[in-house]
Design a protein around this ligand. Structure first.
Ligand SMILES: [Zn+2]
Length: 142
């Protein structure tokens, strides 16, 4: 594929340099049948270096997952070769089944059918707390 000419798809821009593979995994992009291009260490006026992911198919992205990892990411929606929408992600107030609780006594460890729900408790430090046992998350992202 010519990565500069996606006709219908999604471009994730302004990913912090070095984090594109993690986002690729969390968005399960490996399960897609279309072309996915990962560009690492692209030059950026604003950020110095950045990563970009281009997906050559229209898809619904989990913006909460993206916002949790990096609230600077912009999502560009491409239709018929044109940029038709640009979305900014934000730190989600609630995460469902994105991360698991690390408390070994948490009920979500025993009851695997329960959704793993985390609520934002500190927007500055990006800390989330388990909705069941109140255990705080480790900081996955610096
Ligand atoms: Zn818990």
């Amino acid at each position: 594929m010519n990565i500069d000419s996606i006709q219908n798809g999604v471009v994730l821009d302004h990913i912090r340099a070095g984090k594109s593979m993690l986002i690729y995994q969390y968005l399960h992009l490996d399960t897609l049948n279309c072309s996915v291009a990962i560009i690492q260490n692209a030059r950026s006026v604003r950020m110095g270096k950045k990563d970009i992911i281009k997906v050559d198919t229209p898809m619904e992205l989990d913006l909460d997952v993206l916002g949790y990892f990096d609230s600077n990411i912009t999502v560009n929606i491409i239709r018929d070769g044109k940029l038709v929408d640009k979305k900014h992600v934000e730190l989600p107030k609630k995460l469902v089944n994105v991360i698991r609780c690390r408390n070994p006594r948490c009920i979500t460890m025993a009851e695997e059918h329960l959704d793993a729900i985390f609520l934002l408790s500190d927007p500055v430090r990006h800390t989330y707390r388990c909705a069941y046992c109140d255990t705080a998350t480790d900081k996955t992202f610096p």
